[in-house]
Write a protein that binds this ligand. Sequence first.
Ligand SMILES: Cc1cc2nc3c(=O)[nH]c(=O)nc-3n(C[C@H](O)[C@H](O)[C@H](O)COP(=O)(O)O)c2cc1C
Length: 193
Amino acid sequence: MPLPKILVFAGSIRAGSYNARLAAVAAKELAQGGADVTRISLEDYPLPIYDGDAEAQSGAPDNARKLKGMMTEHAGVFIASPEYNASITPLLKNAIDWISRVRERGEPPLAAFKGRAFAIGGASDSPYGALRSLMALRQVLELGCGALVIPEQVTVFRAATAFDDNDSLTDERAANSLKRALGRLLETAREMT
Ligand SMILES: Cc1cc2nc3c(=O)[nH]c(=O)nc-3n(C[C@H](O)[C@H](O)[C@H](O)COP(=O)(O)O)c2cc1C
């Protein structure tokens, strides 16, 4: 049976981003769990803020098409989502918005979000660990884009001290919930391919 292909990225491009670290931990664990993992950074896919006039004039930017293509090529997606003012980052929302606008000829709407499984996690230095960001992201992906987001999710709180130098989580609760979420992501991705 071919290894399930899983795409991993974070909603932050900040140097030293906690969520980029969470994405790195998830990528390592997914690879150990038997997945074919692609980890990307949104830094490599810069996009203008979505503007309907620009879209009407020139279509979606190449990087939106590339990101949509990346999602389509994978059976599962893990997103590490920072929390900004109780929601997701503009970087992540803008990427999702642009991806949601890319539609090849004959393709149903939102194709990149259908037929694959999503898992979400978030890291914050606060005691809530980006929980509200995950609630917002779940709404965007499920209600907005029609995606299947598995119920298990991971919140990493007190993120400044939550990671070690070997791409592992030091907090047992967070490490266990990541394991559970990634296990279910792999299982669901396998079922969907
Ligand atoms: C505009 C802004 C709003 C923020 N709002 C929240 C918030 O509501 N809850 C929270 O836990 N952290 C909040 N933070 C702190 C971020 O969680 C923190 O900057 C974190 O490091 C961002 O994720 P990153 O490390 O992956 O870049 C906010 C930060 C910014 C810049």
